[in-house]
Design a protein around this ligand. Structure first.
Ligand code: C5P
Length: 239
């Protein structure tokens, strides 16, 4: 596998072209941002930790029948993924009120939700990634109704699989964000990453935060929280 030119640099990852037409190389960075890029910092070792955690989650999901873009982890901070065109929507699934939902609905953080809540956000930095509904998505032609329905179904299945697994590791899956993409022949695939950058993980007993909220809210021990999550997933912390 040859790493060719940089195609895209995001806040937490870089995407490179490879000599294989159907595959991209993803490099996970230590850079961390929050509040739509207003807060910037570094979480030492995050790239390697998230590369490993995303690989673990994507592999687990593949085994449970959730097709996704992950192909292979090839170095501490790099993985090969199937090439897709990302749909500019973030699908957020929530089990417990936290973050923007707690604020929007006036719920105390930690309130258990009667059933999972699925939300769509429009991936647009200039607009600040607004919450949008089916009607907005249709008018902006971001996805077809069928794609939207499939994204929602897959997201709820991911929620079931990961919530159940994480509980065995004494972790509550509070909420998470997924992204989907389309392959050249139009197939919808789960893509991007699944890591403490994109999920809220709480220790099941103490409710201690084991995710990026430690960075967002200046709670300290950010690196330790990411390392702790990897350990709970059975990964090896290479520090
Ligand atoms: O901030 P909010 O409560 O809406 O975030 C919900 C979930 O989506 C959290 O797990 C957060 O980490 C994730 N998220 C994300 N990328 C964003 C916004 C939210 O990964 N741009």
């Amino acid at each position: 596998m040859e790493k060719l030119e940089l195609l895209y640099e995001g806040k937490a990852k870089k995407i490179y072209r490879t000599n294989k037409k159907e595959q991209f190389l993803v490099e996970y960075k230590d850079d961390a941002t929050a509040f739509n890029g207003e807060k910037k910092g570094t979480i030492v070792g995050k790239g390697a930790l998230n590369n490993q955690m995303s690989a673990i989650f994507f592999q687990m999901l593949s085994e449970k029948g959730v097709e996704n873009h992950f192909v292979e982890r090839i170095s501490p901070i790099e993985q090969i993924v199937q090439k897709v065109k990302i749909i500019p929507l973030e699908v957020v699934v929530r089990n417990i009120a936290a973050g923007s939902l707690a604020k929007r609905l006036g719920l105390a953080e930690g309130t258990a939700l009667r059933h999972p809540v699925v939300e769509f956000y429009y991936k647009d930095d200039e607009l600040g990634d607004p919450l949008i509904n089916d009607s907005h998505i249709s008018v902006l032609q971001l996805a077809t109704p069928e794609q939207l329905q499939q994204m929602e179904l897959v997201s709820l299945k991911v929620n079931e699989i990961l919530s159940e697994y994480l509980l065995t590791r004494k972790v509550l899956l509070v909420d998470f964000k997924l992204e989907f993409g389309l392959t050249e022949d139009g197939k919808l695939l789960l893509a991007d990453e699944i890591s403490p950058d994109t999920c809220r993980f709480w220790d099941a007993d103490s409710k201690e935060k084991l995710d990026k909220d430690r960075f967002r809210r200046d709670l300290g021990h950010v690196e330790e929280a990411y390392q702790e999550m990897l350990k709970r997933l059975g990964g090896e912390v290479l520090v």
